[in-house]
Design a protein around this ligand. Sequence first.
Ligand code: KIV
Ligand code: ZN
Length: 514
Amino acid sequence: MDKLIIFDTTLRDGEQSPGASMTKEEKLRIAKALEKMQVDVIEAGFPVASPGDFEAVQMVARNVQNSTVCGLARAIDKDIESAGAALKDANSARIHTFIATSPIHMKYKLRMQADQVLEQAVAAVKKARSFTDNVEFSPEDAGRSDLDYLCRVIEAVIKAGAKTINIPDTVGYNVPEQFGTLIHNLITKIPNSDQAIFSVHCHNDLGLAVANSLSAVVNGARQVECTINGLGERAGNAALEEIVMAVRTRKDIFSVNSHIDTTQIVPCSRLVSSITGFPVQPNKAIVGANAFAHESGIHQDGVLKSRETYEIMRAQDVGWIDNSIVLGKHSGRNAFRTRLKDLGIEFTSEQKLNDAFAKFKLLADKKHEIFDEDLQALVTETHLSAEQSKIDLIYITVCSETGEIPQAKVTLQVDGKEQQATEQGSGPVDAVFKAIDKMVNSQTHLQLFSVNNITNGTDAQGEVTVRLAGQDGYIVNAQGADTDIVVAAAKAYISALNKFFDPKEREHPQRVNV
Ligand code: KIV
Ligand code: ZN
């Protein structure tokens, strides 16, 4: 069996999902989770895009030992130099450089002739090789490029030193048979194709990203670029969990092995969802809450008699274990710190640890059993509140009675000044949001509001996701967790507003015209 290299781009393409921006500390937490999962390559960002992105790639490069850390660069000297500098301290570094090769992109976006593009691609690969031997090249929009031209470009960049050739279906236009044939044709037609690993990077505009990637694997691709929960630009990228479990479950079809520790899939999915504020739909394959739930009596009966009647994978193999209680009211600071370390979370200062521990004690007073998921949510919140925030929640009183109009009194600190507002609403959440709006006139529009339980039971924390859109189309996502879901909703709303007003958030690559 050949090895299938798993290249995760949650921190780069995934971050290009509207509103899915992450701080560098959050990126590091995800990178550590990916490393624990034994992902081969972590694409940590696009260093030239902003100082924040540069620092994030640098931080991941300095702290990840067992996965290769990759930085993206257009086929331009300044991008490649920036990627080289950000990756300087990595144990294993890769530069991923790209330029578009489809007629439509060359004509309208690049305004370049095909021969100029080829020359620039070769120069970029040579430049990248001056920083590292591990260079990946992508002909952007390969899925709509001319085959003969693509072969010429790829042959030339392999000659220039590219070790991985990644074929992106940038706009998600291809269908599985066609995309598989493209990979087969490239590998058989390009004379030096044996000197590089062929990779694929599929977008999900037609819902075919995973199918296209798998078809490419059958036809010789040995690296798949994917993201946790299928996050990514527009409709997203191929979902890592689906690729990994498909090749593992159908070894008879795909003669490849990934080295992923599949038991880390669900914890990592939850972490990404909680940090980005993108909830996972319940019927999502592998990581959705219903992925292993059997509703129909016939199915339940079958599974009880023999699991294989209706289940092709074991829930435990992808990390759906029974939540085990990890900490409680009497746990000390050391036990708290040790458990967080096991989850890959380390605090940059004692102050941050103390803040998180104080929050943990408050939570443990309300909820006797604290699970890993509770700790993850608590840490996300501590990181957020540790930053200088414009708006802080001080106090909420809500009155909700059958037959009466709900009312909320909210006290906030806005720009250091305490303010209070009282409002009525169709429900307690509506009243709270209206009271907040009265004090913070953000002119934003609420695009998404959803509530999920973090763990099981009526004493579980509720996790609320809020998505806000500004009048200029700028989008932010945020989450808040609490055993009281009205408080969780207020926390999520305030966190989204803080992101909305934070100028650093606006430096995000999706907003910067590099
Ligand atoms: O979708 C795409 O083409 C990309 C490239 C940078 C690989 O993300
Ligand atoms: Zn992409």
